[in-house]
Design a protein around this ligand. Structure first.
Ligand code: NDP
Length: 241
């Protein structure tokens, strides 16, 4: 039986590339998303990958959603925590709501999703938990105190949980992308992108979602079994961690 992979935020951007790459690598893939039904329907029609709508920030909805995925496809062997949002603003103007939304989705969402699949992975003595953190969780970014804190938290989560999962055959890793050409980056002012961001990237371009997806496929594979607790930096040389 093909292994089952669940990708959060798996219908757009980096997540969609990850879902497609895992399917191509032979996994049975389920793609979760939050609210963009149109993008999800288009993705499903193009790929044949089933889509499941719930918010990773909602603890109960995660447990219920995972139950549904497991009833349809079988136990989750590979969890890719990719869903993420930004609510940017300088700290002196940042509201508690901006802080909470980002922490709830980008950090607590990782807890909400990993907890319900963890015991099953332990019992079956196999599992892969791969969390998409960010370069800005490694180096910090002005205007993104909330996002940087959540993404740095994802790295700590990964390092600690890797130690708990190692004996049970579960690897836990984080990937830190630099700037990748998705809608999240399209939201940045093109002038800022051209004059301030691109000059900081030694390879001189944005990354492609597929460049993150290929790393996920490797970490999920049997060949990646000795890699755990690691933070894989994929950023065109922008920040050498
Ligand atoms: P996009 O904004 O293009 O896509 C985000 C995806 O996450 C969508 O599928 C969206 O669902 C989903 N999502 C958002 N909130 C929730 C939620 N509460 N519950 C479930 N799904 C949710 O983002 P990217 O592809 O650019 O980013 C993917 C990940 O990579 C994020 O974690 C991001 O922080 C990280 N990252 C991105 C970088 C970049 O340069 N793009 C750089 C570094 C890290 P819906 O379609 O329904 O809105």
């Amino acid at each position: 039986m093909a292994r089952v992979a669940l990708v959060t935020g798996g219908t757009r951007g980096i997540g969609a590339a990850i879902s497609r790459a895992l399917k191509e690598a032979g996994y049975q893939v389920a793609a979760n998303y939050a609210g963009n039904d149109e993008a999800a329907a288009k993705f499903k029609a193009e790929t044949g990958i089933p889509v499941y709508k719930w918010s990773v920030a909602d603890h109960e909805a995660c447990a219920a959603g995972i139950k549904e995925v497991e009833a349809d496809l079988g136990p989750v062997d590979v969890l890719v925590n990719n869903a993420g949002i930004t609510r940017d603003g300088m700290f002196h103007k940042m509201t508690l709501q901006q802080w909470r939304e980002v922490i709830d989705t980008n950090l607590t969402g990782v807890f909400n999703m990993t907890h319900p699949v963890w015991n099953g992975m332990r019992e079956r003595k196999f599992g892969r938990v791969i969390t998409i953190s960010s370069i800005n969780g490694q180096k910090g970014q002005a205007g993104q105190v909330n996002y940087s804190a959540a993404k740095a938290g994802d790295i700590g989560f990964t390092k600690a949980l890797a130690q708990e999962g190692a004996r049970a055959g579960i690897t836990v890793n984080a990937i830190c992308p630099g700037y990748i050409g998705t809608e999240m980056v399209a939201a940045i002012d093109p002038e800022v992108l051209k004059t301030r961001i691109l000059p900081q990237i030694p390879v001189g371009r944005l990354g492609e979602p597929e460049e993150i997806a290929r790393a996920v496929v490797f970490l999920a594979s049997d060949e990646g079994g000795f890699i755990t607790g690691s933070t894989l930096t994929i950023n065109g040389g922008q920040y050498v961690a």
